[in-house]
Ligand binder design. Sequence first.
Ligand code: UD1
Length: 451
Amino acid sequence: MKTALVILAAGKGTRMNSELPKVLQPLAGAPLLAHAMQAGARLEPEKTVIVAGHGADQVQRAAFGLDASVDLVLQTEQLGTAHAVDQARTALDGFEGDVAVLFGDTPFLEAETLERMLAARADHDMVVLGFDIAEVQPRYGRLVMQDDQLLRIVEYKDATEDERAIRFTNSGMLRCNAQLLFELIAEVGNDNASGEYYLTEIVALANARGLSVTAVKCDEAETLGIDSRADLAAAEAAYQARARATALANGVTLTAPDTVYFAYDTVLGRDAVVEPNVVFGPGVTIESGATVRAFSHLEGCHVARGAIVGPYARLRPGAELSENTRVGNFVEIKNARIGEGTKVNHLSYIGDATLGRNTNIGAGTITCNYDGVMKHHTDIGDNVFVGSNTMLVAPVVLDNGSMTGSGSVITSDVEADALAIARAPQVEKPGMAAKLLKMLKAKKAKLQRGS
Ligand code: UD1
């Protein structure tokens, strides 16, 4: 069954007290919207339509950055959830399949839950996602069930006392055939306590047509919406706790789990070891058996088996570490491929570079990749020995088996097996140190006598 996602993201999020639209607030290194899209992606949607309103330009930029194939439609006035979904009508014109409605500010929804809703569609015309609330509260619509059949959803404001006591409530997510959805939405009015066009109305309208509507249940934690900074902070803590538990369950060693921070897409292989105080930004993959030592910061990079990173290392986007590499303390790597067995162990910057196999980069080496206007590439071959404190002024090539003398400033290519030394020659003056010291001491004594 084909699926199109409609993600509602037009709300202002006034309680966030922010210039940033609510759905772009970050959770685990990605906007809330990305989390909703990530869960929805499991359904392999044919189309994804995002309904934006407040901060639509920003939402559009972020959404296209995440997935260039999404459609963005505008809801200029927020007249209710049915009105919001209706904005996707033209974008989905002629689409034959189901629409799954998601909220852009509900980041904990599990992909498995969406799959359960899809499975339930085999026996029902419409499937709504509900959850049991621990305490009675006014926020959610109540699901009025008769056995398996969901008869209607009543918003708290419009509910009777008996209905308000119902604990089975509406998450807001639902799915049904696209054509049916838009037919029913066309029948929704706004004669209710809020004067809004409620999407929830379509359940009663479907019942009136004799259709089968049911509700699938999920955990309350999955439907947690985010309305304030406090909610966002609590969500971050909850996300990190869950990510740590998942990593441990997947066979990753975390020596101090509470000090490790994950991004929404961090991938850690089995038997990877992560020491305390490591931060993963977006886009990191660590293969099985690699070690990330304490106080390292990684983003947009790949670390292969047997590699050891840190302590105190920084891997920036485009860092690609092959098997058994070593990247040590106070080393920064950006947009660079480090070949198998190669070591960059101390105090170096390697940017816009390709390093071959079994090469050794001496302490304090810097690839001078930026001339103030453009970036240039450094190419270092296999079995190269770069002496400590070498400045490699890019573009420059060090061919296989070559060597540079410590403290060199290398501005032209070095051929295979050659030694390049580019520093002032050493001059030695016998007895000069002692003479100089004597002179300076005499000068100091004279100054002290004078004062
Ligand atoms: C809605 C449901 C309620 C459910 C609750 C779960 C309706 C009428 N009510 O409540 O039964 O228990 O979600 O959280 O559907 N949005 C728009 N445009 C609009 C209105 C809303 O894009 O015109 C978006 C919001 O940005 C948000 C989502 O829809 O992402 C839900 O809106 P919100 O106001 O939080 O939910 P309620 O309508 O109160």
